[in-house]
Write a protein that binds this ligand. Structure first.
Ligand code: GDP
Ligand code: MG
Length: 175
């Protein structure tokens, strides 16, 4: 089992963002290489493990997904405990989810470690005709907070691995 493979360091990552932006699909794409077109209620999924190598370091990524708590736009403090990296996800076809990012960042500032690494991810970039949040807007917001930015698609497997590796590397480089 991959969960028991030897590793040098373990990194805890969280997925955060409004309900429906594709957090669970991104995690399933990355950890299982699958995509389910039907809406998956997150209840039941706590975290997934993915073992990766960055440079010569064997890293065990433990990636947590919100169990539907994000529907209320608040997440309990315990979810943030021990988190070293956070993927802030919005949906490029849903402006409201992009505007929520500031709210999520303020929740991170209240509940998470001050040194936590963050990455901004605009998901569903495959839906070109329905895209309402431009790439430039995403870049601008990421720049304001000094964080990395990727536009990705869980559906078409675009930049998913890059996003997770990007945040994992950010955490590793600061250890
Ligand atoms: P969550 O609430 O943030 O966990 O969102 P889900 O992962 O449950 O996804 C919500 C909906 O968006 C589902 O209907 C997915 O099929 C759809 N979805 C997720 N990722 C993508 C994507 O990259 N492209 C498209 N077109 N749809 C997606
Ligand atoms: Mg979910």
């Amino acid at each position: 089992m991959s969960g028991s493979a030897p590793y040098d360091i373990q990194i805890k990552l969280l997925m955060i963002g409004d309900s429906g932006v594709g957090k669970t699909c991104l995690l399933l794409r990355y950890a299982n290489d699958s995509f389910s077109p039907t809406f998956i209620t997150t209840i039941g999924i706590d975290f997934k493990i993915k073992n990766i190598d960055i440079d010569t370091t064997k890293i065990k990524l433990q990636i947590w997904d919100t169990a539907g708590q994000e529907r209320f736009r608040t997440i309990t403090t315990s979810y943030f405990r021990g988190a070293q990296g956070i993927l802030l996800v919005y949906d490029v076809t849903d402006r409201r989810s992009f505007e929520s990012i500031r709210n999520w960042i303020s929740q991170i500032q209240q509940h998470a470690d001050v040194h936590v690494n963050k990455i901004l991810v605009g998901n569903k970039c495959d839906m070109l005709d329905e895209k309402v949040v431009s790439t430039e807007e995403g870049e601008k917001l990421a720049k304001e907070f000094g964080i990395q930015f990727w536009e990705c698609s869980a559906k078409n497997d675009i930049n998913v691995e890059e996003s997770f590796i990007g945040i994992a590397r950010g955490v590793k480089d600061r250890l």
